[in-house]
Ligand binder design. Structure first.
Ligand code: SF4
Length: 318
């Protein structure tokens, strides 16, 4: 478990990130996942970390940030896996509500067929649900779900949740060329999203190295056309592809802070240099973290990206 940031977010302003899942435990193995290959795929909810410990760490970070005069807009669950797999999510959310800072969560929505998950998500003020396609075929190709999951049950669960939820609900769709960016796929997506009726539908295409090297990103033109197709159905469709900026805040030990962020949020070369700019021997710190295998470096579309080696963090070999 770790609490990190605040990190700049295109949707949440400056959010204090909460990672409530051990490295890369997820119900999906999305082709475009920026965190790398799935380490553990499961649909079983389990208790991972003590809610008291998460709340205590948030309290400590908030005190540190207050001292530095840093603002926090959201407490955001953005783990290196699927946050609703945490069986104590509701208990943790209830504890965090006492800080009077809005709670946000980004989920792949795969467990929304479970009434307990819907009940716990209702404790959040801001929710983003993944909806990458409107057909089972697209869902299977792009999200590569756990074999026990059912597309129809997820869609039904999303609709049930939507009907009862009064907070801010967004959907997020990652467009991959040749998979879900064709007109037919987008028209079907628009119909499904119109039924779900989110406040905002976000569309994006990968901006960081994807798990599968054959993933192709949509160009600006296709992204704009896709937004227009959703807009024609009366949806508030917005692009999520703009760079979020380099405004990462560091508290405590520089190496730990860097690894915590890189577990869930791969950083570009320029962002990492800025993050370490005032750390004595920052270059050396980075070099050692790469050399020891804690951080992996990837070249992608002309840029250099740094990410936590989650396999090593999880104590796996190979
Ligand atoms: S993108 Fe999210 S839902 Fe998909 S595999 Fe990665 S962590 Fe899981």
């Amino acid at each position: 478990m770790n609490v990190f940031g605040p990190v700049p977010s295109r949707r949440l302003g400056r959010s204090l990130g909460i990672n409530n899942i051990p490295p890369k435990i997820c119900s999906y193995a999305c082709r475009y996942c920026q965190l790398g290959d799935a380490l553990t795929m499961t649909t079983e909810r389990r208790a991972f970390f003590e809610p008291e410990a998460i709340a205590a760490e948030v309290e400590r970070k908030l005190a540190e940030l207050k001292e530095k005069g840093e603002r926090v807009d959201y407490l955001a669950f953005v783990p290196d896996g699927e946050p609703t797999l945490d069986a104590r999510l509701g208990e943790t959310a209830r504890r965090l509500r006492t800080f009077s800072i809005p709670l946000a969560i980004i989920t792949n929505a795969s467990l929304l067929s479970d009434e307990a998950v819907r009940r716990e998500l209702a404790l959040f003020d801001w929710i983003s649900l993944k909806v990458d396609g409107a057909t089972e075929g697209i869902w299977r190709v792009i999200d590569r779900p756990h074999r026990l999951l059912s597309f129809d049950a997820i869609v039904e669960g999303i609709k049930r949740f939507r009907a009862a939820y009064g907070g801010h609900l967004e959907t997020e769709t990652m467009l991959v060329t040749g998979v879900n960016d064709g007109d037919e796929a987008l028209l079907a997506l628009a119909s499904l999203l119109a039924e779900i009726a989110p406040s905002v539908c976000r569309l994006s295409s990968p901006t960081r190295p994807p798990a599968c090297s054959d993933v192709r990103c949509c160009d600006e033109e296709r992204l704009a056309a896709s937004t227009a197709i959703l807009g024609e159905r009366g949806l508030d469709a917005r692009l999520l592809n703009a760079y979020e900026g380099n405004d990462f805040v560091r508290t405590g030990d520089a190496r730990e802070a860097l690894l915590s962020i890189l577990s869930v949020h791969p950083m570009r070369d320029d962002a990492i240099r800025l993050f370490l700019a005032d750390v004595e021997d920052g270059d050396e710190l980075l070099r050692q973290a790469v050399e020891s295998g804690d951080i992996r470096v990837t070249s992608w579309r002309g840029g250099t990206f740094y990410a936590r080696n989650l396999r090593k963090a999880a104590g796996r070999r190979g």
